[in-house]
Design a protein around this ligand. Structure first.
Ligand code: C5P
Length: 414
């Protein structure tokens, strides 16, 4: 269970998406988390405290001035007895209160008093989301270190279509897992925080697949989900690094605290990586297409009775090898991935030498391993001197360990 013993303080705001918070509670508990629910007055107009407390297996807190609640656990303690604070749905009003630092009910008071990181899943009408006031509040909250999941684009309860739909519960769970992969305590200015071993460092990560066009509507792709690369970017950010994540097309949430560059093709990815360098660490976790279609058809290819089209391919640039071969500004650590289905160690060692990287993360992506798109991974770390097998771990845990190992090799920034 990926969230065993993790304590989530869940603030449910007053929006129609509150019904999805019920499913979110279920999903979190399935993964071993304990959920302490808090409702705003508005939330109770959409779902009942009884539904929420039944699913959470815990009492719902709703009143700032409840003597019983305060006697059992004061609101300050409640705000801190959690590993992560999650606001779902986060309404425009709640975001505005958080950005302004208002504390006029239990939910907003907890959000101001907590010493833990907060992840919000906004949900509102698209005009409310796009309103400059909301966008100002979002920018303020991001700068304060608040993590965002969504909102998604889509059909809304009000009949309109656009951005503002709350992310689906499973996407919020993934964002929670990513956020919890590292320390979530927020140090107060002037008070020493947790160690941030990559503070002052710049890390560039590639992630996801590339799409290589055949014609305007078709492309060649692969099964990479981006979960491992995104988890690595997130772990590096949590370790204090400035992170640029260059991602191919993926459907998973943007990791918190990183600068994202979205690309489609291998050549786009190389250009984005070149623009993001120099860096202290480069991690190539993307599954880059080795070949692209030589002559992309300008119009959609048609079945015209002349048989199947014949395509020729051109080799794509090797991003990892080109970064490792840089002279004056080569990153101190260049890390590649080797996804192999046979002769794993031989192929990976050959890749380490051929691409001149410092470290290879080898994984078995054979048909039965479930690595592509799955939550877990079993990897072996290869350097010129060592071969270190790691046990089967979640991709988030692998990311945390890999970042700790790289930070250790790099030492503190001068
Ligand atoms: O050669 P192969 O594709 O197996 O190498 C895998 C490693 O090389 C991964 O780290 C991948 O991100 C990187 N790579 C790259 N550019 C390519 C092909 C692979 O950066 N064109």
């Amino acid at each position: 269970m990926t969230l065993t013993n993790k304590r989530i303080l869940l603030v449910v705001g007053g929006g129609i998406a509150a019904y999805k918070a019920l499913d979110l509670v279920r999903r979190l508990r399935e993964r071993g988390a304990t959920v302490r629910p808090v409702m705003t007055a508005g939330a109770k107009a959409f779902v009942t405290p009884l539904s929420l407390s039944s699913l959470a297996g815990a009492e719902v807190h709703e009143d700032l001035f409840s003597l019983t609640d305060e006697a059992e656990m004061g609101h300050i303690e409640l705000s801190r007895a959690a590993d992560l604070v999650v606001v779902a749905p986060a309404t425009a009003n709640l975001l505005a209160k958080m950005a302004a630092g208002l504390a006029d009910d239990l939910a907003s008071t907890l959000l101001l008093a907590t010493d833990k990181r907060t992840l919000v899943a906004p949900a509102m009408n698209l005009r409310m989301w796009l309103h400059p006031a909301t966008q100002r509040n979002v920018a303020t909250l991001r700068a304060d270190g608040v993590l965002f999941c969504g909102p998604d684009d889509g059909a809304m309860a009000c009949g309109e279509f656009g951005p503002g739909r709350m992310s689906e519960p499973l996407a919020i769970v993934a964002a929670i897992e990513a956020a919890l992969a590292a320390d979530t305590t927020i140090p107060l200015p002037g008070i020493t925080g947790q160690p941030r071993p990559l503070a002052g460092r710049r890390v560039v990560v590639t992630s996801g697949p590339t799409h290589e066009p055949i014609d305007p509507v078709r492309f060649i792709a692969n099964r990479s989900s981006g979960k491992q690369g995104h988890a690595i970017a997130s772990a590096a950010a949590q370790a204090g690094a400035e992170v640029i994540l260059v991602s191919g097309p993926v459907t998973i949430p943007d990791p918190p605290g990183v600068s994202l560059r979205r690309v489609e093709t291998a050549r786009d990815m190389l250009a984005a990586v070149d623009a993001a360098l120099p860096a202290d660490i480069f991690i190539a976790a993307a599954a880059v297409a080795d070949w692209r279609v030589d002559a992309v058809a300008p119009e959609k290819l048609k079945k015209n009775g002349g048989g199947a089209p014949v395509m020729t391919f051109a080799e794509n640039p090797d991003i990892l090898a080109s970064v490792a071969a840089r002279n004056h500004d080569r990153p101190a650590l260049v890390v590649g991935f080797a996804a192999e289905t046979e002769k794993l160690l031989d192929h990976a060692r050959a890749k380490l030498a051929r691409k001149r990287c410092d470290l290879i993360v080898l994984n078995d992506v054979g048909a039965c391993t479930g690595t592509f798109g799955g939550e877990d991974n079993e990897v072996t770390i290869l350097t010129a001197e060592e071969t270190i097998p790691w046990p089967r771990l979640s991709k988030v845990e692998i990311a945390t360990r890999l970042i700790a190992l790289l930070a250790d090799r790099l030492g503190p920034a001068s």
